[in-house]
Design a protein around this ligand. Structure first.
Ligand code: HEC
Length: 103
């Protein structure tokens, strides 16, 4: 799930943000051991099927987008994930949507 070697600094930092916050529950390109949430690139990246504003809303609090009692994804408020980190994370996911691969 590494970004391309020549990816922008934003994308590379977004990868670090992904590793810090998301990798425990989500695989990407099928890589990783997580089994709690869906893969975030295969078959589609959320950057492909969610408008950017709604993806950000989902990460900030999934329950603001769709609400049900047994949802498991936690909210990432600004004190744990800054706006700049969220921007870079979305840039990383967008970058990876052009680099789909199965391990
Ligand atoms: C504690 C586990 C956990 C963590 C950490 C987590 N997620 Fe999730 N995520 C889930 C689960 C489980 C779902 C499925 C919906 C649910 O049950 O809440 C989900 C759903 C999603 C979806 C919606 C997928 C869809 O199409 O329905 C996106 C996008 C997403 N997560 C992105 C992220 C990102 C980005 C991060 C890191 C900032 C993250 N998640 C961190 C568990 C997690």
């Amino acid at each position: 799930m590494n970004p391309a070697a020549n990816a922008s600094a934003k994308v590379k930092h977004g990868f670090a943000v992904f590793q810090r916050n998301c990798i425990t529950c989500h695989t990407l390109n099928g890589q990783g051991d997580a089994k709690v949430g869906p893969d975030l690139n295969i078959p589609y990246s959320p950057t492909e099927y969610l408008q950017a504003g709604y993806l950000r809303k989902l990460v900030r609090n999934p329950q603001d987008l769709r609400h049900w009692p047994q949802a498991k994804m936690p909210a990432f408020r600004a004190d744990v994930l800054s706006d700049a980190d969220l921007d870079d994370l979305v840039a990383y996911l967008k970058h990876m949507s052009g680099r789909k691969a199965k391990p």
